[in-house]
Design a protein around this ligand. Sequence first.
Ligand code: SAH
Length: 253
Amino acid sequence: MTGSLAVVGLGPGAPDLLTDSARAALDRAQDLVGYVPYVARVPERPGLVRHASDNRVEVDRARHALELAASGRHVAVVSGGDPGVFAMAAAVFEALERGDPAWRALDITVEPGITAMLAAAARLGAPLGGDFCALSLSDNLKPWEILTARLEAVLRADLVVALYNPISSARPWQLGAALDLAAGIRAADTPVVFARAVWRLDEAIRVMTLSEARDAPADMATLVLIGASATRLIPRGPGQRPFVYTPRSVGAS
Ligand code: SAH
């Protein structure tokens, strides 16, 4: 088989934060496969066929990409952030595992990207300076009971928690329930950040306390960070957002 498939991370949105390696993979591609807004981020050029699809069909999309590569095409499957973080890379390997055994011989690569929690952390200071974890709050692919059991465990373990996919029109109440769970375990003044569209033109970052977070607006482009007990703010001048950081050491202050 002469085709190839690159699963490419586009980073949080700023062109500067796309790696050179990812850009080279996009330049080589003859077919671009992905969710509409991510495909739209890649400039059009002659010879590049775009296959933009809806968000809910990841494995079909991955299978289609593998079929194209098996037919000899050079294919790029695109995701925002890093493709391995709640995104297309796992869907590609799921389709590969279940699909035509001949696909396994294809040239398949993954191009990393800067994931939302690292992009947001860089904007804030160093909120992920200690131990942390990432959870997707979407219960489309896992039962809500498992999700809340995991959330409770990491809240009790005092990790900083990055919540991806906090809310959507089909999942309006889950974020509130997650924050209620956090409020029962962590102090009311724990720093919480709603980081929306980080590194994009419409970036909006709000730093607040856990008790304020319950009523703060969020949408699908928002990443929620819940601080650990050591996470703290460094206040700055008027109109300046405080830095948020978590010390590397535990037990010292
Ligand atoms: N693969 C992506 C995550 C896909 S899940 C990555 O690595 O970043 C989609 C979720 O990611 C969104 O609901 C939001 O929580 C988060 N996200 C993606 N891009 C973001 C950005 N620029 N700013 C804030 N959150 C973002």
